[in-house]
Design a binder for this molecule. Sequence first.
Ligand code: ADP
Length: 490
Amino acid sequence: MTKRYELSELIRGDNFIDGEWVAAVAGKRFDVTNPATGEVIREVADSDTADARAATDAAARAFPAWRDALARDRAAVLHRWHALMVENADALGRLISLEQGKPFAEGRGEVMYGASYVAWFADEATRIYGDLIPQQQRGKRMSAIKEPVGIVAAITPWNFPLAMIARKIAPALAAGCTVVAKPAEDTPLTALALAMLADEAGVPPGVLNLISASRDNAMPAVADWLADNRVRKVTFTGSTPVGKYLARASADTLKKLSLELGGNAPFIVFDDADLEAAVTGLLAAKFRNGGQTCVSPNRVYVHSGVYERFADLLATRVAALKVAPASDPAAQIGPMINERAIDKITRHVDDAVSRGARVLTGGKRLAELGPNYYAPTVLADATPDMHMSCDETFGPVVPLFRFDDEAEAIGAANDTLFGLASYFYSQDVRRIDRVARQLEAGIVGINEGILASEAAPFGGVKESGYGREGSKYGLDDYLSIKYLCQGGLE
Ligand code: ADP
């Protein structure tokens, strides 16, 4: 029987190292707060280099046995972890809402989404094939086998507290790697709950080690992993500046890297688009998690022939969105994660308005609801000189840009350092083929706003990073290829 826990049983405040729950070596703690109210949910360990080192030591001890475990045994552990996540989806969903702020339906949806990667990679664990290379010389047999890279350090953001870490731990464990991980300081509780379920699922001590740290201690703790030769890979989702720092700091030990960094997703509406469908797709893509998603459309380009009609349709639908704390079952948008997020959104909207944008709906904080709420916003007459055209707003704000022809739209869409997601709506098959090929992005949504799937390769190009999560390609990032050449066979 898979055990179902109460929410309170899933809330842990210590680090999980070598199969044990332990306080930070220095005894320090920091508060995790509810972004809807600012209230403290729980104190957690504020780890530094000593805790990071202890995690690496445990991961190093556990590695040989986990690497050599039968593929089907690793798969079985991951399947049990998946079952525990699904069984506890309600409580985990509530925990996500509590520390991250998203509505419960989205929190629960995130649990199922994150769990789907665990099931996927459980299956993939049993399909890590090598090759027997066609014979090139008499008496010689050449083959290629795949091996786990070693200890993996995973660093994750706060916007999807469960999915981002599950999406890294699952392929690492499937490949036979051991893991040291640090979730974001805003949302460590969901990750710690996952570690508890992993323990229950039978993940052996030391195979998964998780430490929490405050923003100030994140750098020294992670730096210890970056400098440690035993850690062979870093997998990170977060901002581009931090991703670049991790790449630079990993250079001395030449670690393998997967970086899923910021986006600046364009969303193009051509004049041959089904406008109702485009509005629905944009709402789904943009307002999930209040716009705090790296694949959220950040720049919406609308053909001048349909601009006003699209803007009206969109503004009406956006004005009807229900903003409320996650505890309200009708909530569609919760609070933003923290003051820093609200400040950035406010700065971006004020800048756009000062440069001539028209507010069709929203455009202000909702202080009456709590400290971190912002009204879903649509801005018309956006222009490339506005901050939000080159920097991710990461909030519930849609700027509408105008274009007149296809080449102009593609040029504007690609005029960014980033290249994670992109979207366009058109009903012309030849245009669909042309535009999909020309967009500089790792992911293209065509007449579709929801792209996420464990079966698909997720990742970016340009300064959005490299590496792919999910799909049949997702394991490659955690494996290295060894070439075996056996002679004397004749
Ligand atoms: P955001 O701005 O959305 O918080 P970040 O890229 O700053 O995104 O954070 C993503 C993750 O990276 C978090 O777990 C955070 O603690 C961690 N992080 C931030 N700065 C550093 C750093 N200098 N060294 C190591 N980890 C960091």
